[in-house]
Design a protein around this ligand. Structure first.
Ligand code: MF3
Ligand code: CO
Ligand code: CO
Length: 270
């Protein structure tokens, strides 16, 4: 199956879905504090998405082949959880790091974005992992332009992470996105320059590197969803949905509360 090229009308709808997904993260940010449960964050986001944004939380009952339906409306991945953490009644504790991953469907189109949040003051190593992972995301984004290859994105991410002693999770990747949550292509977070699919304007996909402080190996828990690091080292992830434009890229999931790109990237937009 070919990678879809979005029409101007479809791109406009992707812009709206993307911005709304970012706004859910803005909304939930002040609620991320010690003593709150991930289940409470899920309920707050669910109600905000459905009632305020008049949108649908894509994760709820999402069931790709080989998976049971996802039981909640957002993913909450704490500390050594790599991704797909299922919200529940465990309380956040000071010093935790948590990824909140939001995907909304608005007018038939998906917007998918995640950020790391600190619960109270993070340890210096935890903060560093989150910061470097954010730099990895933006190095990936900054590789996006027509004529570039998917391997350029993966290489930009992998080389940065590994130079800092971190490892890149291999089993999960970014993905094409549009009317479907996960479409072609697969956007690997490791790779070699000049290899893989050539990017064309009108493509929309996510970049969502999962970076571990220890080894890259992961394990899936018995709930069928939660993914953890095998060595229990900390893991971080950031995600944006991007559009390939004629001159470079447009990040579709930016909202008022999105952290600015790392300093090295200021002014290099598309
Ligand atoms: N939002 C995740 C991604 O970035 C996918 C989560 S699937 C779910 O691709 F079912 F767990 F929500
Ligand atoms: Co995604
Ligand atoms: Co996501």
């Amino acid at each position: 199956m070919a990678v879809s090229i979005k029409s101007p009308q479809e791109i406009e709808k992707m812009r709206i879905a993307g911005r709304l997904a970012g706004e859910v993260l803005d909304f939930i940010a002040p609620h991320v504090k010690a003593g709150t449960t991930t289940g409470a964050l899920d309920r707050l986001c669910h109600d905000f998405i459905s009632q305020e944004l008049k949108s649908t939380p894509a994760p709820l009952n999402y069931a790709p082949p080989g998976y049971q339906p996802f039981p909640k409306s957002i993913c909450t991945s704490v500390n050594h959880v790599v991704c797909h953490g299922v919200p529940g009644d465990k309380k956040l504790r000071a010093g935790d790091i948590i990824n909140i991953d939001i995907t909304v469907i608005k007018d038939g189109f998906h917007g998918d974005t995640s950020r790391m949040f600190y619960v109270g003051q993070p340890a210096i190593q935890a903060r560093r992992l989150c910061e470097v992972t954010y730099e990895c995301l933006w190095r990936g984004i900054d590789s996006v332009r027509p004529g570039a290859h998917l391997g350029d994105i993966g290489h930009a991410i992998q080389s940065h992470a590994e130079a800092r002693g971190y490892s890149v999770v291999r089993e999960f990747c970014g993905h094409g996105i549009g009317r479907k949550f996960h479409e072609e292509p697969q956007v690997l977070h490791y790779g070699r320059p000049g290899v893989g699919l050539r990017l064309e304007s009108g493509m929309t996909f996510t970049i969502e590197p999962m970076i571990n402080a220890g080894k890259a190996d992961i394990r899936q828990l018995a709930d069928g969803w939660t993914v953890v690091t095998k060595d229990h080292s900390l893991s971080a992830q950031w995600e944006h949905t991007v559009l390939v434009t004629h001159s470079g890229y447009e990040v579709l999931t930016v909202s008022a509360g999105s952290p600015p790109p790392p300093a090295a990237h200021a002014g290099t937009h598309g």
